[in-house]
Design a protein around this ligand. Structure first.
Ligand SMILES: *Cc1c(COP(=O)(O)O)cnc(C)c1O
Length: 419
């Protein structure tokens, strides 16, 4: 695609953008009376305007009905998680009984490991990306210890080659092959939070299965960013959060995918709670856990209604637009950001883009590795109304989000950096 570093070009792109009005559905923080240049949707997505009325409706429902709110109205609380199922399944390319929304991300990661990390003396290793998000690192480390293994021995990290920033798929697959039947679990992010690299999830799942290991994915930076086909890609489970690209608000709930080959296996160990129990007998309060079919059988607790209501409002936005249309715009918008950053760099030489140059190997995030002036540059941007995301030691992450960012936003952030 041909790009130009001019306001006229950016405005012309916006005028032709079929998703240009989506921006009006979101609330932007203000800077000096203008909306900020918001490039932080990979950390906390902006608030859809429909979220406030959705939460207020639940407060009113509670005020009006008290406990009866569980059974009354269009969205009775008792079944609230089900009202998210269809849209969630569509969002990640799963069958409805393969997904559920519950808890928060790291909690769900541990719950999945209860079922899918059951090491033996021979098969106990976890293969993961080096430099995974810290919460995932801590989860793996403490799971290994909990089962009596030394994390240094149990956890095998795949790292970029010397002088490279991102992983080669061949190196991931080669590591899985080499460790072979010592591997219990292969777990990867979808998109790495630091570099923005999107991994080849079907290839990783297939390689894990070839050596008899399970494959799981943390899609925190992937859900709502890229179209997914989790069922067809064949991984055993996946988890994600809803407050990044999915715009459901701070601390929002997590989604879980459980491939149908496991969903109906009551023998699979799990930590259970009453909400995972067969709903036809849930309130008989009897002994003996009998799981629900599919992913719902991993639920512990009744739904956190206010955060689920925000999530539902946001999922409505995604359903109306569709991931394919979002991805089509995202490819152009992210490509434009890459072009603009390259233009700044040509003149100023301030950073190096570490995100893959291949659009198929990334979502909408571009990470710029800065030199010693990086933090000052980042602070200058913030003071001037551009919100990106600083990651220690020295990376600025920019995420132009196709739902609410414009080409003009991208052009403007380039102007600011060039100053
Ligand atoms: C954002 C993120 C988390 C955060 O976990 P919470 O339990 O939601 O606080 C964990 N893992 C990854 C990969 C993330 O990107």
């Amino acid at each position: 695609m041909h790009y130009e570093d001019t306001r006229a070009f950016a405005q012309n792109q916006d005028a032709q953008d079929p998703l240009r009005t989506c921006r009006d559905q979101f609330l932007f923080p203000q800077h000096n009376g203008h909306p900020v240049l918001y490039f932080c949707g990979n950390s906390l997505g902006l608030q859809p305007k429909t979220v406030r009325p959705a939460i207020l409706a639940e407060l009113d429902h509670w005020a009006e009905h008290g406990v009866e709110g569980h059974f009354r109205g269009d969205l009775p609380w008792m079944h609230y998680h089900k009202f998210l199922t269809r849209q969630t399944a569509r969002l990640v390319g799963a069958l409805p009984h393969e997904v559920v929304v519950m808890n928060t991300l790291t909690v769900n990661l541990h719950l999945m490991l209860v079922s899918f990390y059951r090491p033996t003396r021979e098969r106990f290793k976890i293969v993961m990306e080096a430099g995974a998000f810290p919460s995932d690192q801590y989860a793996m480390e403490t799971q290994a210890r909990w089962h009596g293994f030394d994390p240094a021995e149990a956890i095998v990290e795949v790292a970029p080659r010397p002088g490279e920033d991102t992983l080669r798929t061949e190196d991931i697959l080669e590591t899985i092959e080499r460790e072979g039947d010592r591997i219990a679990l292969v777990i990867f992010g979808g998109v790495n939070y630091y570099t923005g690299q999107f991994y080849d999830l079907p290839a990783i799942a297939a390689a894990a299965h070839r050596v008899g290991a399970y494959a799981g994915f943390d899609l925190a930076h992937t859900a709502g960013n890229l179209p997914l086909q989790l069922h067809d890609w064949g991984g055993d489970f996946a988890v994600w959060c809803s407050y990044k690209y999915l715009n459901s608000g701070p601390g929002g709930p997590s989604g879980v995918f459980m491939h149908e080959r496991h969903g109906d296996n009551p023998a699979l160990p799990r930590f259970a709670g009453w909400w995972g129990h067969d709903e036809s007998e849930r309130f008989q309060m009897r002994k003996g856990f009998k799981p629900m079919r599919g992913a719902e059988g991993w639920q512990l607790s009744n739904a956190q209604i206010f955060s689920f209501a925000a999530h539902k409002a946001s999922l409505d936005v995604f359903e109306a637009v569709g991931m394919e249309a979002l991805r089509a715009k995202s490819l152009q918008l992210t490509g434009y950001l890459e072009f603009v950053l390259d233009e700044v760099n040509r003149k100023k030489n301030m950073f190096r883009i570490i995100t893959p140059r291949d659009p198929a190997a990334r979502g909408c995030q571009i990470s710029a590795l800065t030199d010693h002036r990086g933090k000052a540059l980042f602070d200058y941007m913030t003071e001037n109304g551009a919100i990106a995301d600083w990651r220690e030691p020295n990376v600025i992450r920019f995420a132009p989000v196709p739902l609410y960012n414009s080409f003009e936003d991208v052009w403007q952030v380039g102007q600011l950096l060039a100053q």
